[in-house]
Design a protein around this ligand. Structure first.
Ligand SMILES: CC(C)(COP(=O)(O)OP(=O)(O)OC[C@H]1O[C@@H](n2cnc3c(N)ncnc32)[C@H](O)[C@@H]1OP(=O)(O)O)[C@@H](O)C(=O)NCCC(=O)NCCS
Length: 305
């Protein structure tokens, strides 16, 4: 692991490690979650380090948001994942970290960019977890770079505001249906929940998360295209110890999955069978996200050519 920081450049860090069998699925493809975990660790290190470069309360940078992240190429057991992270914008209380991931085949030397991600961290005081610390500003290479960062900051703030409004409607945890009673390819047929007691091994640095809350992770399919599936995931927390706090929704996310054949080529996906107006509405919203993301990917491709 190496790191670099100077007053004129943004703080940066690099971590790398070889992919092992327990990082991958049964056919040797590394799980997206393994890579996401490395990305988050790099972001947490750099964000925490940066926010502790000033005097005053010691703090830890907590992950607040992950922007859309594309997994561009598969990674396999035996390859080395190189994760480089750089702080690209700071607001008064938040830090944007841009991360690039490269896969390296150490037998042939071939390298591929597999991910580009942007994450937002917020520093909390270690003495008082309810207190958010002011973030030391970074220096930008030009006013334009700062202006671009500010635009990203404002646009994610706006999007969060909209998501909060939507969550008002969705606050009931996803119910667990009796799957045997459900027709294949309906939302209810594949909908699942996982109940988990958060323990120390789930916790981040410096005991920031103390454990002791029961979380329910619920997933339901919202949209299918010809070759992709969108899954909406909620994490609802029900604190065991501080029960007076009541249940709360801790995380919401959308994941897109592709089914691959033995040669890692995308396979067709059965169309989702919709039941009722709510499912229809979520499907339409998923379609908008699908079309917007596809257009963005196409535009990025054209820009690179
Ligand atoms: C996902 C992947 C197969 C897409 O490859 P591709 O050459 O772009 O394939 P296609 O253009 O045929 O796209 C296949 C489907 O995936 C969807 N898709 C592709 N990239 C996507 C992205 N970044 N986000 C959402 N959907 C995506 C496409 O929309 C298409 O569905 P559609 O035909 O219904 O519209 C390829 O990028 C890949 O192998 N990624 C790595 C996956 C992986 O290993 N994940 C774990 C990471 S460690």
């Amino acid at each position: 692991m190496s790191s670099a920081k100077s007053p004129s450049t943004s703080p940066s860090i690099q971590i790398c490690r070889i992919m092992r069998p327990d990082d991958a699925n049964i056919v040797g493809n590394v799980h997206g979650g393994t890579i996401l975990k490395m990305i988050e660790e790099a972001g947490c290190i750099i964000g925490t380090r940066h926010c502790n470069t000033q005097s005053g309360d010691r703090c830890v940078a907590a992950l607040a948001r992950v922007e859309r992240t594309d997994f561009l190429h598969p990674m396999f057991i035996g390859e080395v994942a190189h994760v480089s992270a750089e702080i690209s914008y700071t607001s008064k209380h938040s830090v944007e970290v841009q991360v690039n991931v490269l896969s390296e085949n150490i037998l042939t030397g071939a390298k591929k960019v597999t991910n580009k991600a942007a994450l937002w961290y917020v520093p909390f005081s270690i003495k008082n977890m309810d207190k958010i610390i002011d973030v030391p500003p970074i220096e930008y290479s030009s006013p334009e770079v700062e202006e671009e960062g500010k635009k990203r900051y404002e646009s994610q703030k706006m999007e969060r505001f909209e998501t909060k409004e939507r969550n008002g409607e969705l606050i009931n945890p996803v119910s667990i249906p009796d799957r045997h009673m459900k027709e294949p390819y309906t939302v209810g047929f594949s909908q699942s929940s996982l109940i988990h007691l958060v323990g120390p091994s789930d916790c981040t640095l410096l005991g920031f998360v103390h454990g002791g809350c029961v979380i329910t992770v619920s997933g339901r399919m919202t949209f299918t295209s010809n070759k992709s599936m969108e899954i909406e995931v909620f994490v609802d927390a029900d604190p065991l110890v501080e029960a007076e706090q009541g249940k709360f929704r801790a995380v919401t996310a959308f994941f897109t999955y592709i089914s691959l054949d033995k040669e890692n080529r995308p396979l067709p996906v059965p169309t989702l069978k919709l039941e009722g107006e709510d499912e229809q509405k979520r499907f339409e919203e998923g379609k908008v996200r699908y079309l917007q993301n596809k257009a963005k990917r196409l535009a990025e491709k054209e820009r690179q050519q």
